[in-house]
Design a protein around this ligand. Structure first.
Ligand code: ADP
Length: 453
């Protein structure tokens, strides 16, 4: 399902008074949409060719702090501009915002006009091109989980207390409870569908107030764009109804974390390259090498799948988040779950990414490792079966961002695939997150230590 507007159709909608605003945006390091609101008349006149933004937007943290130490941008270089070039194939209506369309941009260097190497969208595009060069189309889907709260964002400003989940109980697959959430979720499905996002379904998830949105698999860039627009749409639709949502990986110690599982398959000319009807599980040699590459690179890709200190609090036993970086067929305790065994839809579901991951970076990191496995014809290790939370000898998912950052820094795989400058950039982002968390006094510190230390 492509985006649903052409420039001509936008012009017609503008003339008819249907659209007056175009959001001209790009995904930043955190996966947020950043950009400007254009008058549609200006966008049609020439604004669709390019606009500009400060290059600090790919060197910030969540709080918009100007983080020192990045090579791509800094005070020492005077924080110049990037060119934002609209990718007109992403132009679409946003039915939940009156009179509004949106286009996603690529970021270009102001002087060379090359795509900015550290831009998440560029990083993914390069891996997709690499796959194409090897004869493959990378198809992916992300399953995005989040929590819905009855509180408004405005009421949660400052000291965040008294969060009221939209459900009083675990609502996994429940219909009655999800009926109560339809004011938000029906609007989410229909508005996103109207924006050209191929929404498959929404469902209650494995804790009170937790919900999942599924969208149909597509080429990896389209999927990352769709994922980003879904996040934006869910937030805006919930906000418009006085509610709030969170995509943080773990908002409460006692509750299930929120994931963004990534389903992946490679195709050659419309034929699934992962499928071999002659194999017992229907897995081709290509799929085996791909999966072997992801297993070999699992420890090194973590910064891209779990980018914050909080992300690692999700990886605990018994809550459907993986703790062991091994593969297994139709097994929700494995980090790499093979789905659709024996069918043309046979695919790898990576269960490591949190809902807080940047989908461009997560998809790029997974694809890079899989392609590396194919290039090096890595042999797939034996499947591990059963309850992998108990499989004490099986390879673990790194437990902290600190460990993940060290693995990325030393990663030959990602230095080859992404380039040293990109690896150093995202390693620096992880180090900054660690340092910011290390120096912050938490509720946990106070509860434990205030009286008894
Ligand atoms: P589950 O049992 O995990 O709910 P689903 O059948 O709902 O599985 O599929 C999960 C996701 O996998 C969906 O978003 C779907 O579009 C996607 N998917 C299906 N086939 C493929 C494929 N061949 N490659 C990548 N993703 C796929």
């Amino acid at each position: 399902m492509p985006a649903n507007l052409t420039l001509d159709a936008l012009g017609t909608a503008f003339d008819a008074g249907e659209i007056d605003t175009v959001l001209v945006v790009f995904p930043d390091m955190q996966g947020r949409l950043m950009g400007k609101r254009f008058h549609a008349g200006f966008f049609l006149d020439g604004g669709h060719k390019e606009t500009h933004c400060c290059n600090y937007l790919l060197a910030l943290d969540m709080e918009m702090n100007t983080v020192p130490g990045y090579r791509s941008a800094g005070w020492d270089q005077g924080y110049g501009d990037y060119v934002m070039r609209p990718d007109l194939s992403t132009l679409r209506r946003l039915p939940w915002l009156a009179g509004t369309a949106m286009v996603i941009c690529d970021l270009l260097d102001h002087h060379t006009q090359d795509e900015v190497a550290v831009s998440p969208r560029a990083i993914l595009k390069r891996q997709i091109a690499r796959a194409r060069g090897m004869g493959f189309d990378a198809m992916m889907a992300t399953e995005l989980e989040f929590y819905l709260f009855d509180n408004s964002y405005e009421s949660l400003r400052g000291d965040i207390k008294g969060l009221v989940p939209s459900s009083g109980y675990n609502e996994d697959y429940h219909i009655f409870q999800t009926t109560r959430e339809e004011d938000v979720m029906r609007a989410v499905r229909n508005h996103l569908y109207g924006a050209g996002i191929p929404v498959e379904s929404t469902k209650g998830e494995a804790d009170a107030g937790q919900i999942e949105v599924n969208h149909r698999y597509s080429d990896a860039l389209d999927t990352a764009d769709n994922h980003t627009i879904i996040k934006q749409g869910v937030k805006e639709i919930a906000w418009s109804r006085g509610k709030s949502v969170t995509f943080m990986a773990k908002y409460d110690t006692a509750k299930a974390g929120s994931a963004a599982h990534v389903h992946q398959s490679l195709w050659t000319g419309g034929t699934p390259a992962f499928h071999d009807p002659g194999d017992g599980r229907g897995m081709s040699a290509t799929m085996r090498h791909f999966l072997a590459g992801q297993l070999a690179g699992a420890d090194q890709m973590m910064v891209f799948l779990a980018p914050y200190v909080n992300s690692y609090k999700r990886f605990c036993a018994g809550l459907f988040a993986p703790t062991r970086a091994v593969w297994s067929c139709d097994n929700r305790t494995a980090a790499f779950r093979v789905c659709g065994e024996g069918t043309k839809a046979v695919r790898v579901e990576c269960r490591i990414p949190g809902a807080d991951a940047n989908p461009y970076l997560a998809c790029a990191a997974l694809l890079a490792a899989g392609l590396d496995g194919i290039e090096r014809k890595l042999e797939l290790e034996p499947e591990v079966r059963g309850d992998l939370y108990q499989a004490r000898s099986a390879r673990e998912v790194p437990k902290t961002l600190r460990e993940a950052a060290e693995r990325l820094k030393a990663s030959d795989l990602y230095r080859r695939a992404f380039g040293g400058a990109v690896v150093d950039h995202y390693h620096h982002a992880a180090e900054w997150e660690i340092a910011e968390t290390d120096r912050t006094v938490t509720d946990h510190d106070l509860r434990r230590l205030l009286e008894r230390a």
